[in-house]
Design a protein around this ligand. Structure first.
Ligand code: PHE
Length: 449
């Protein structure tokens, strides 16, 4: 049954590292803190956690088992499970989402690379000008595009080589290094004078701040952060060996991702309040706050700053290659392109879509598309808050009501020795709880419009 031509993960830990590498990225360290800040703090975090547990973990198991069973990209997977039906459109929607996400993701990834070389600028003033350094950089027309191109070129290079070569090896070392550095930052951040206000913003829920838009954003963020709803885990699952315990791995990946997002908040918010910054400041939050913390550490902060952005770049690359892999795997399997052609052509198109996203923060900042959002934010909104949850919803409906949870449970438990097994709890979540939760969120959001 194993499909050697498509490659396989080398080991169980290798797969978990790669899947966690996809999940852990800018979504955790850049996006989670800034939208938590925008939507009011602790209450948002609680809603986020509920979505992870009730909706995302079942979706993650479902994507992995569909991928492993079929050994296909998202479109091919649906075609194999239910030939002659229109379900493949769900897979196609996911590939479109991957396209859109990577285009702006690569712009932010470019910021992360450029920050490896920017410590001189923010250290000089003890961090006081961290906001100006950031603002000056992202609004300039050319520099961010050059970094965006470099980021995309790195991703193209890695995906061209094939998943099993690069991804596993580095994820195993660099991800733990990122966590260690985050702990150092957390300690520094919570010992800054005035940090307490940040801790209570982040940890003491005030549910009156919660809005329908905030709940939808929490849902979109949970899907985005866990790389769900677009077939990424179907694609990664397609390289899985048959002896993997899918539900156990789904818990590990979701747990690691959620823990790292949580730590990112702990690293950012105490410092935001200590430095008198604005928690709802938006996409610049991490890029302004983290340098300010480093600057407050003196000379050693310089070194930490460089290491931090190297590791952030790495985390961003491991996520971005999973996005590119989804798009590439589709063209390889379904259009019969070779890997090189698929990766280069798609990589270039995605790069080009990213260009207006970057310009929209500077020279084209007067262009607003969805409800006052700039170009980047609009694409993020469409992909993260609409396409991903919708893709997840349709997958749940597919498994719960068409294909059948019995078949899914059988496919998911295959090869599971020890650990968790899928059973009636999974079926109940997939058939009822998760889809109903999604319907409620969509209705709440639509009513607000
Ligand atoms: N989960 C990644 C992150 O948090 C982004 C991503 C989304 C990757 C969807 C793949 C699919 O940065």
């Amino acid at each position: 049954m194993e499909n050697q031509a498509r490659g396989n993960w080398g080991s169980r830990i290798g797969f978990i590292a790669a899947a966690a590498g996809s999940a852990v990225g800018l979504g955790n360290i850049w996006k989670f803190p800034y939208i938590t800040g925008q939507y009011g703090g602790a209450a948002f975090v609680i809603v986020y956690l509920l979505f992870v547990i009730l909706v995302c973990i079942p979706v993650m198991s479902s994507e992995l088992l569909v991928g492993r069973l079929t050994g296909k990209n998202p479109v091919g997977a649906f075609k194999q499970l239910v030939p002659q039906s229109s379900w493949w459109i769900v897979g196609a929607m996911g590939i479109l989402a991957g396209f859109i996400i990577l285009s702006f993701y690569s712009v932010i990834g470019g910021w992360a690379i450029s920050y490896i070389f920017r410590s001189g600028a923010y250290m000089a003033s003890g961090g006081a000008n961290a906001g100006d350094v950031f603002g000056g950089f992202i609004t300039s027309p050319i520099a961010p595009l050059v970094w965006h191109a470099i980021f995309m070129a790195i991703c193209i290079g890695i995906v061209m080589a094939g998943v099993e070569k690069g991804i596993e090896k580095y994820s195993k070392i660099l991800m733990p290094a990122l966590v260690v550095l985050m702990f150092i930052l957390i300690i520094r951040s919570i010992t800054l004078p005035g940090a307490g206000a940040g801790l209570s913003f982040y940890l003491k829920p005030d549910f009156s701040k919660l809005t329908g838009a905030g709940i939808l954003a929490a849902l979109g963020q949970a899907f985005f952060s866990l790389s769900l709803g677009m077939g990424c885990m179907i694609t990664y699952g397609s390289y899985l060996k048959k002896d993997t315990n899918i539900p156990t791995d789904a818990y590990w990946i979701s747990g690691a991702d959620t823990a790292i997002a949580f730590l990112a908040g702990l690293m950012i918010f105490p410092a935001v309040f200590a430095f008198g910054l604005e928690p709802g400041a938006g996409p610049g939050l991490t890029f302004i706050t983290v340098p300010a913390v480093f600057a407050s550490m003196g000379t050693i902060g310089h070194l930490f700053g460089i290491i931090f952005f190297v590791l952030l770049t790495f985390a961003a690359v491991t996520s971005a290659i999973s996005l590119l892999e989804v798009v590439t795997a589709y063209f390889i399997d379904e259009a019969k392109w070779d890997r090189k052609k698929a990766t280069v052509i798609m990589g270039i198109i995605i790069f080009l879509i990213g260009v207006p996203c970057s310009l929209g923060l500077g020279v084209w900042s007067n262009i607003k598309i969805i409800a006052g959002r700039d170009i980047l934010d609009s694409l993020d909104f469409v992909a993260s808050n609409i396409l991903l949850p919708l893709g997840g919803f349709l997958l749940l409906i597919f498994i719960g009501w068409f294909w059948g949870t019995d078949k899914a449970i059988k496919a998911g438990n295959e090869g599971a020795k020890g650990g968790i097994t899928l059973g009636s709890g999974y079926a109940f979540l997939v058939k009822y709880i998760a889809p109903i939760a999604l319907i409620i969120v969509f209705i709440m959001k639509i009513m607000e419009f």
